[in-house]
Design a protein around this ligand. Structure first.
Ligand code: AHR
Length: 514
């Protein structure tokens, strides 16, 4: 029998000890034309749950719950072969094409106008990726003209003739996707990519000087070119970009989606993945600093973690030339939700440099929501994402954490407790996010406030369970959720609570308004 006596841990917060301002765009999503993300996920006119536009009303309600602030679209690998003009005009005359990235059929029944209507209804910023694979820099500039210019030119007038006279004003633009990967349509080396990205960004900005651009970083830390690709692109493109993209998918066992076959699961190391996430952000933040110095620049470039999630089981990406194939339909469990929670902790810890993040993806394809034609359920990872998105705001605090160490094969001894915290001076709300990584030991946590103690804890939620592999399904949609718990009572300047093994706890504190 493992020892289940609680071990002691402490967390001290000070509202003046901060790591950075929390960008609301950290709580973003990604909708790619692949598998059943768009078709049969977001858009499914054949579903009894669709509205007159074909949008799934149940999915829209769940997406609103998550409170996404930015949505990346339309890919992903898909974008590197996408002709955006296929997706405009009357639906009946839009072409069917082979989408080479995922060996699928693209019907183009959902395109730029449908996506913008979707994003506007969610109240989220759009983040468009342009095709720098088969697409030219002129195609990229034409798309900016179509989306953002007032009428009076060829493409803006075309937009108006397709039903939208007011410009969409899309601000965030990704310059291609994962251009270092051999799987990418139009893969390039770092110098060729940097040249094309600089020229595309230049034309796109000439079209609309208000846009923000995001250059591709390495597709993964496991890429042989990492971090050399990043240094090259950053040094060359620094003055033409506002953000630099990073991608990573976590797996049990480590490290990547492509090479876990035959390796033994290692949950202790997996639950310590945030050490890898922190190091990834630190490395690229350092690369940005060096590129800034090399360019003698006065501007700052920030990190855009525009693909992140757990992904290692549903690996096959072959759509066998069908519409809406069931690919990458990963089913998430408790340990995945805990890793997602620690990843969100990383975003808060690195909030001085990470300013945009998009979970990949939002529906069906490695996603927090799974649908079938007559219903949907929330996966385990839905809960940490939604709790952070709804409660982390203002500034990220730098917590002083003292907790027992536990050994891991991959990272050595790591703290059993992974923590982040936020404080919003405008509302007086503070949030603390605690992950107990131990599979066996509860932790008795003393949480104290060194300066401005809250008046009360006003909310608390917890996800936990004995089985790290427990998951939700259509049959048991609520097997693993974040359940409300009674918030501990403040005594003096502190509270104490016991967090079970394998758990994620969110505590909401209300301070006096400032
Ligand atoms: O999110 C799934 C895929 O993963 C994206 O299309 C690609 O950019 C990444 O390799």
């Amino acid at each position: 029998m493992p020892d289940s006596t609680p071990l002691q841990a402490s967390v001290a917060l000070h509202t003046g000890r901060i790591t950075g301002e929390i960008s609301p765009l950290l709580f973003g999503g990604f909708a790619e034309h692949m598998g059943r993300c768009i078709y049969e996920g977001i858009y499914d006119p054949a579903s009894p749950l669709a509205d007159a536009r074909g949008l799934r009303t149940d999915v829209m309600a769940a997406l609103k719950e998550t409170n996404y602030r930015i949505m990346r679209y339309p890919g992903g690998n898909f974008v590197s072969g996408y002709r955006w003009t296929d997706g405009i005009g009357p639906k009946a005359s839009r072409p069917r094409r082979r989408a080479l990235a995922w060996r699928s059929i693209e019907t183009n029944q959902f395109g730029p106008h449908e996506f913008m209507e979707f994003a506007e209804e969610l109240g989220t910023e759009a983040m468009w990726a342009v095709n720098l694979g088969t697409g030219s820099i002129q195609d990229a500039a034409d798309l900016v003209e179509y989306m953002n210019l007032p009428t009076g030119t060829l493409y803006s007038d075309l937009r108006a003739s397709n039903g939208r006279s007011k410009p969409y004003g899309v601000k965030y633009w990704c310059l291609g996707n994962e251009m270092d990967g051999p799987w990418q349509i139009g893969q390039m080396d770092a110098h060729a990519y940097a040249d094309k990205a600089v020229q595309a960004a230049k034309l796109m900005r000439w079209m609309d000087p208000g846009i923000k651009t995001i250059a591709c970083g390495s597709s993964a830390t496991a890429m042989p070119g990492y971090p050399e690709w990043d240094m090259t692109v950053l040094s060359h493109a620094y003055e033409q970009i506002d953000y630099f993209s990073m991608h990573h998918y976590a797996a049990n066992p480590y490290p990547t989606v492509s090479n876990t076959d035959g390796l033994a699961r290692d949950t202790d190391s997996y639950l310590a993945s945030s050490l890898h996430f922190d190091e990834h952000a630190d490395t690229l933040a350092a690369a940005i600093r060096v590129a800034k110095a090399k360019n003698r620049s006065k501007r700052d470039v920030f990190l855009c973690w525009d693909e992140w999630n757990v992904w290692y089981r549903a690996k096959g990406g072959d759509g066998e030339w069908s519409e809406a194939p069931h690919i990458l339909e990963e089913v998430y469990n408790l340990e995945d939700a805990l890793v997602v929670a620690t990843w969100l902790n990383t975003f808060l810890r690195k909030s001085d440099v990470v300013k945009i993040a998009c979970i990949a993806q939002i529906v069906n394809v490695i996603a927090p929501i799974m649908t079938r034609r007559d219903g949907m359920f929330r996966q385990t990872i839905f809960y940490p994402l939604t709790l952070f998105s709804r409660h982390a705001s203002g500034v990220a605090l730098d917590p002083l954490v003292s907790a027992p160490l536990q050994p891991t094969a991959r990272y050595g001894d790591v703290s059993m407790l992974d923590v982040s915290a936020s404080f919003d001076g405008a509302t007086g709300e503070g949030a603390t996010f605690l992950v107990n990584r131990s599979q066996t030991r509860p932790l008795r946590v003393t949480l104290s406030w060194e300066d401005d103690a809250p008046q009360a804890l006003t909310g608390a939620w917890q996800m936990s369970g004995p089985d790290p592999l427990a998951e939700n399904s259509f049959e048991m949609p609520d097997a693993v959720t974040a359940v409300p718990i009674t918030p501990p009572v403040i005594e003096g300047r502190q509270v104490s609570l016991t967090v079970p093994p394998l758990s994620f706890t969110t505590l909401i504190a209300q301070h006096a308004p400032r």
